[in-house]
Design a protein. Sequence first.
Length: 131
Amino acid sequence: ARAAWARLIEDLSQGAPEVARALWLHSLRAGASPEQLEHGPPRLDGLDALDQLSTEDLFLLTALAIHGPMTLSALIEALNRPESALRAACRRLEALGVLMGELSGELYELHPRLHPQILRVLRQRALLETA
């Protein structure tokens, strides 16, 4: 069972240590006693939402996939969209678990847990080159 769990984490993270760490943390559950922790399948909140994103959302995710973490002002410049529209999109994607943002709401990045899956969707939609 442990080997299968480790393979699952490896497959989902595609060898990225930061992603594997995030998946491991999200797989921890309360154990039988208060001092005990157990691990189960990692929670991939937001995964279902990836197939139903708008074109604008996909362009936003593509910019973050290419450039890494970006400030809201950099996203506005890169995507040529109004601040209000991008701020709303970032908040919505953050609520879905697809993006991570700073508390100030000025810096956004792809959520590490879903990073490989986001890249796969962007490649399937021909927004990123295949590796």
